[in-house]
Design a protein around this ligand. Structure first.
Ligand code: CAA
Length: 379
């Protein structure tokens, strides 16, 4: 638990080398241009990082969740925008198909996602169903031949502008809230599937985020994922794993903020000595390092627990809550340590400050994580 196996170290080192050599140099330019990192996504797929826990029989790498966490932290250290693309592909698109799909669904979709030939997304959020995920208004109507018609709008969907395959949710009986929710796998070229408004975001600029509009979209019967009216379970179980991914992304941002702060504090001088020699700065560095270690231990624990097959909802939420708050804390302190320079777009900590902000919002706000944790503790 406290040390990594040689295999895990190998995965981390492979990801670290690629992320620092290839991903990191282009991050400032992508932050400005908002350009989607298609070539990098292709190379990550070639390295096996886009289907990390998909078994080899479905074209994936067949690794454990801890390996995914280690690789994702390294990718996010270099560019958190690339990190979320990788996270959504693994945790939110592939994982529900792997956990709840039929054999035919797994054979059809998982090799495409693992190889990076197709990009996946997860469309749960709606204009009036964000934190209250059970309030799904997108309607699902079953047809006489067993196929489905879906009508509704999803929003804030990461990867949606690029996605070919989408795991989504619709309600057969909105008045019954979560008990009417069904999960579906839908494809970009289904008639009635439309990519809506593209969002301009504060950070993670190179990842795509948009609305998805389903306008009387026809979905074949075989694309229902899991049983009818069991979609909320699919959504929630998937988010448990997704939250581990966001914790890893947040860790990458936090660690980068700390490393840049240490480097700067050693060289920047005030009052005749490096600012690292001032206790005010030392305390900040100590708090950042301590919180990062604690967040990493929570994240690794959640990964190992989830891998064991146990329901780990509140442990996943603890990891996500603490790591995302840590990323924001560390990015804030990194800007403070850099002083006026930290407020300049020329300095990386300014981007980290913006990138960190999303981590306490998506895949459940910090307030939602606390609800899940309290339920776990109180029963
Ligand atoms: N695993 C399995 N089952 C679960 C579960 C889990 N993690 N969580 C809940 N359930 C089950 C419950 O046991 C319950 O089952 P029964 O009906 O059999 O009793 C059922 O689901 C309903 O549970 P709750 O009563 O707890 O549901 P709720 O309506 O109170 O909502 C919530 C609970 C935790 C607040 C949930 O709505 C939630 O997680 N909200 C946040 C949604 C979220 O994270 N959205 C982010 C979207 S993804 C994203 O960000 C997009 C992106 O692209 C990155």
């Amino acid at each position: 638990m406290f040390d990594l196996s040689d295999d895990h170290k190998q995965i981390r080192d492979l990801a670290r080398d690629y992320a620092r050599r290839v991903i990191m140099p282009g991050a400032p330019a992508r932050d400005k241009s908002h350009e989607y990192p298609a070539a990098i996504v292709g190379e990550l797929a070639d390295m096996g990082f886009m289907g990390m826990f998909i078994p080899a029989v479905y074209g994936g790498t067949g690794l454990d969740i801890l390996s995914y966490v280690l690789a994702l932290e390294e990718v996010s250290y270099a560019d958190a925008g690339v990190g979320v693309v990788m996270s959504v592909q693994n945790s939110l698109a592939s994982s529900p198909i792997l956990a709840f799909g039929t054999e035919a669904q797994k054979l059809k979709y998982l090799p495409e996602l693992a190889s990076g030939r197709k990009i996946g997304c997860y469309a749960l959020t709606e204009p009036e169903a964000g934190s209250d995920a059970g309030a799904q208004k997108t309607r699902a109507k079953k047809q006489a031949d067993g196929s489905w018609r879906l009508d509704g709008t999803k929003m804030w969907i990461t990867n949606a502008p690029q996605a070919d395959i989408c795991v989504t949710y619709a309600n057969v009986a909105p008045e019954e809230r979560h008990k009417g929710v069904c999960a579906f796998i839908v494809e970009r070229d289904y008639p009635g599937y439309k990519v809506g408004k593209i969002e301009e975001k504060m950070g993670i600029a190179c990842s795509g985020t948009s609305e998805l509009v389903f306008d009387d979209m026809h979905v074949p019967a075989e694309n229902l994922l899991h049983e009818e009216r069991k979609g909320f379970l699919v959504a929630m179980a998937t988010l448990d794993g997704g939250r581990i991914g966001i914790a890893a992304q947040a860790l990458g941002i936090a660690q980068r903020a700390l490393d840049l702060s240490v480097e700067y504090a050693r060289t920047r001088k005030t009052f005749g000595k490096p600012i690292a020699d001032h206790q005010a700065i030392q305390w900040k560095i100590a708090d950042m390092a301590t919180r990062i270690d604690a967040a990493r231990l929570l994240t690794w624990r959640a990964a190992v627990l989830k891998d064991s097959g146990a329901r780990a909802s509140h442990e996943c939420s603890m990891a996500k809550l603490f790591a995302s708050e840590t990323a924001n804390f560390c990015a804030y302190e990194a800007v403070q340590i850099h002083g006026g320079y930290g407020y300049s777009r020329e300095y990386e900590v300014e981007r980290l400050f913006r990138d960190a902000r999303i981590t306490t919002l998506y895949e459940g706000t910090s307030e939602i994580q606390r609800i899940v944790i309290a339920k776990g503790v109180l029963g």
